[in-house]
Structures are given as C-alpha cells and as structure tokens.
Design a protein around this ligand. Structure first.
Ligand code: LER
Ligand code: MN
Length: 277
C-alpha cells in the first residue's frame, strides 16, 4: 500500500477535511519531507493548477498524484450528478469529466463523492438513484476511454441520503452498466455507517479502489479511536495495493496531522513498508 496526503486549493471548502491548503508548492515540499508517496488534490477546476506546473512540482519532489477530488463541483458550483434538472446534471457531468481528464493526464483517477448529491421530494430516492446511475455510467465509460478507473465514494448520512455505506455502494456498482467503477472506502464515513469496518471491506473485496485514511473523529490516523490493524489486515487479505490517503482535518496543524498520519502508516505497514519506495 502507498501513502498519500490531501491538498485543497478550494477556498470555499475551508474547514473541510484536507491536510494542506492553498500553497501546492509548500504542500509538495512537506509531503516529500515527511515521506509520503503521493498527494491527492482537491481543486475548483482543472485550470486551478495548470498541468505543467503540477507535473514539475511532482517531479521535483518525487511524488505521484494519487487521485483528484471532484467535491468542489458540489461545494463551490452546487452541481449534483443526481440533479433532476437535465441542464444542471449535464453541467455536473461536464465538470466531473473535466476533472477525470485532468487526473488522467497524471494517471490519477477522479473521485465522485459529494457530487452524488441528495434526493428530495417531489423526486423519489429510486428516481434520484436512477439519475445518478446514468451519470456514473457515462462518467465510468469516459474514464475507461482514457484508461482510468472511476472512483465512487459512499458518504455518511449527514452528507448524502443516496449511497451512504459500503454495502449500498456495492449494490450500486453491481447495478451499473459500466464495469469501470471502484469504491472508495473513507474510514471516517465507514466509522459512522458500518457495524464492522473490517467486515464491510472484506465483503467489498476487489471493488475497493481507493481508501481515505482517517481516524474515528476525522483527525489524522492515530489521533482517534479507530482500531487500524484489523482494517489493514483485511485490506491485505483482499489484495488492496492502492493508497491510504489522509483526507483529515488539518489539526492541530497541517504538519502535525501529516506527521501523525505517516507515523501510523509506517507502523501499520511494518516490515512490508519499504522506506525508499
Ligand atoms: C466528503 O465528506 C468526502 O469524504 C469527500 O472525499 C467526498 O467528496
Ligand atoms: Mn472522503
């Protein structure tokens, strides 16, 4: 497994669960110094950090791009992939596509989390899920056309009323025509929604494509009460080789959150972790 840390350049997301903020160059420098393999980027659009600039920074600090978030589509632009208004839904698809394309240039998948939206009357939940299914099928196939998977994230009940758990996420993926969509297990959301986090991951098996590495309280892994060893044991058992990406609050400050994350990551990886990788 590989380590990653989040960087947000979305002012409207201030206070959200991202470790580094605003200054991508400083974030890359800190990530490398602390020993991360990659960063995960949360940006307002593909134009926020031009391709050449990010390429140069990643190369300079020997970092990879783990994934790109699309949450700004919701937080900043109020776009939802289950929007009953066809025009707004098309804008949501266009925004998500532009992020998929941007990430793809770095071989990084895009994540659809809060952009799944929420259902509300007069729509039914089933109608909203059907609309979401159409959007995710289209985006999944677009991602496929550029050789990338699409990552879909169940989000806890306080943030969506559509896909909130790994079980519902697996059912949703099974119902898609596109077979190019993987699940994101955000350990903070799972801590709220699952009876047993490790068991939920075991059930999902090869459907897991990305992990947000957060403690019970959404602080860095190690600052809460989540029991990580059984979770990592199951991730190994299901053959997960992707990222544990710290999408956590920047508390008590960015460097402390990042340092606790990498300490916990290295402890969990034990002898499997090659410090030079
Ligand atoms: C939001 O809570 C979250 O976990 C993000 O990764 C989804 O956009
Ligand atoms: Mn997340």
């Amino acid at each position: 497994m590989l380590s990653a840390v989040t960087v947000s350049v979305v002012p409207e997301a201030r206070g959200g669960p991202f470790v580094f903020w605003d200054d991508i160059s400083k974030a890359c420098e800190s990530a490398r110094r602390l020993g991360f393999d990659a960063i995960e980027l949360f940006a307002p659009s593909p134009h926020a950090i031009p391709f050449d600039e990010l390429s140069r920074l990643l190369a300079k600090h020997s970092l990879r791009l783990a994934a790109v978030g699309t949450g700004a589509g919701m937080v900043k632009h109020k776009l939802s992939l289950s929007d009953p208004d066809p025009k707004r839904r098309r804008e949501a698809i266009q925004f998500a596509s532009s992020m998929i394309e941007y990430g793809g240039r770095f071989k990084a998948p895009a994540i659809i989390g809060s952009m799944q939206g929420r259902w509300a009357l007069p729509q039914s939940r089933e109608q909203a899920l059907e609309t979401l299914r159409e959007s995710i099928n289209e985006l999944g196939e677009f991602a496929h056309s550029i050789g990338m998977p699409l990552i879909f994230e169940p989000v806890n009940r306080y943030e969506t009323n559509l896909v909130t758990s790994v079980t519902v996420g697996c059912e949703f993926l099974d119902s898609l025509k596109s077979k190019n969509v993987k699940l994101l297990a955000d350990l903070f959301h799972l801590n709220i929604e699952e009876a047993n986090i490790a068991e939920a991951l075991r059930q999902a098996g090869s459907m897991i494509g990305h992990v947000h590495f957060a403690d019970s309280n959404r602080l860095a892994a190690g600052f809460g009460h989540t029991d990580f060893p059984p979770i990592v044991a199951v991730l190994r058992e299901i053959g997960y080789e992707g990222y544990l990406s710290a999408e956590v609050l920047s508390l008590p400050d960015a460097d402390a959150a990042a340092a606790m994350t990498i300490k916990t990551f290295q402890q969990l990886m034990g002898s499997d972790y090659d410090e030079d990788s």
